[in-house]
Unconditional design. Structure first.
Length: 163
């Protein structure tokens, strides 16, 4: 399954639905992660907060390819995207293993294909370096075989670009 997570606005939801089997719009109208770890222990991969992101870890965990379309916020994900991704900690387990000679949490759903991050807005060269490192570390942590970061001046360009 190809999953697209975006912060482009509700009008982009339908346009993106043809590009992925599932599309999540990060509008920020949901609770932030509470750090309770119930998604690890009490009910694995299901968040204890009862809102529309309750099953986000399952959706992200079962995706073969993940595309994240986000505005640049000081070299990081937009707040709405970051809040959504924080709620997906249940894609892993509390147990640890070595991947690439580094300690990481065991993946609940196994390995994935590609993580593609499309960043739009004004991005400095230093922020580009930060984005590349973030995507690389997210890919290792979440079990993606490959990752790519693309930069665009506008959100329309990011939405339209194929990769």
């Amino acid at each position: 399954m190809k999953l697209i997570i975006h912060d482009l606005g509700p009008e982009a939801q339908e346009r993106l639905s043809g590009k992925g089997e599932q599309v999540l719009y990060a509008d920020g109208k949901y609770a932030p992660c509470q750090g309770c770890f119930k998604c690890w222990t009490k009910h694995p991969a299901s968040c204890g907060i009862r809102d529309r992101l309750q099953e986000t870890a399952r959706v992200i965990g079962q995706a073969e390819d993940l595309t994240v379309i986000t505005g640049n916020c000081y070299g990081g994900y937009s707040p709405a995207i970051k809040r959504l991704l924080d709620r997906s900690i249940g894609t892993s387990t509390p147990l640890s293993t070595y991947r690439g000679k580094q300690m990481h949490h065991t993946l609940r759903y196994g390995k994935h294909g590609k993580l593609l991050v499309k960043v739009y807005g004004d991005v400095s060269e230093k922020e580009r370096e930060t984005w590349r490192l973030t995507a690389e570390r997210n890919a290792v942590n979440d079990g993606f075989a490959e990752q790519q970061v693309l930069f665009f001046a506008t959100k329309e360009e990011a939405e339209a670009a194929e990769a």
